[in-house]
Design a protein around this ligand. Structure first.
Ligand SMILES: [Mg+2]
Ligand SMILES: [Zn+2]
Length: 196
């Protein structure tokens, strides 16, 4: 069996697509203009790209899981048209203060908890410790550090505000303007820790 593979784990809202507050219908989906190219470049360099996203709107009753599936299918179509691919979409639908009983609980998959990445690693044979995590919030960076990955904070979404409010106990390996710059940084730095 081949050893587990490095991957790039991407936050969704504010990192790949516009953060519209609560993306509750597919008509509001808006990719950043560089996202498809950035993911295609990562794919070509051999990285599986995996989405890991908190979607507490499900627990809050704002939209159903079926809407998430529809949004992720629409994202996959746009990516495919541009020669890019996300290997899988993992989301946490839970929230401790949710109003929908079946999702209203604490869980091990709401970022910064590592459940989504652990599930992806098992399903897809990935090695988080040789991977990257990219997001627009410190909780994405915390997730990356928790699994031993290298981390990139992007300034899109809430990233520019997050950058100015860095908690003392967390630091990203890189802070860059957007996912295009993050992809360049990862491709330049991939050999420092991984062997692909
Ligand atoms: Mg985000
Ligand atoms: Zn969860």
């Amino acid at each position: 069996m081949s050893p587990a593979h490095p991957a790039v784990f991407l936050d969704r809202d504010g990192t790949m697509i516009e953060d519209v507050g609560s993306l509750d219908r597919v008509e509001r989906l808006a990719f950043f203009p560089w996202t498809v190219d950035a993911i295609r470049a990562l794919n070509r360099a051999g990285f599986p790209v995996v989405v890991v996203t908190n979607q507490a709107g499900v627990a809050r009753g704002w939209f159903a899981e079926a809407v998430l599936d529809e949004i992720h299918r629409a994202m996959a179509r746009t990516l495919e048209a541009g020669g890019a691919k996300v290997a899988a979409y993992y989301y946490c639908p839970h929230h401790p203060q949710g109003t929908v009983a079946e999702y209203a609980r604490s869980c091990d998959c709401r970022k910064p908890a590592r459940g989504l990445i652990d599930r992806a690693a098992r399903d897809l044979d990935l090695d988080p410790a040789r991977s990257f995590v990219v997001g627009d919030k410190w909780l994405d960076v915390r997730l990356g550090r928790a699994v031993g990955a290298r981390t990139v904070l992007v300034r899109t979404g809430t990233g520019a505000v997050e950058e100015m409010r860095r908690p003392d106990d967390v630091m990203a390996d890189a802070i860059v303007d957007n996912l295009a710059a993050a992809a360049s940084w990862m491709l330049m730095n991939r050999s420092l820790k991984s062997d692909i």
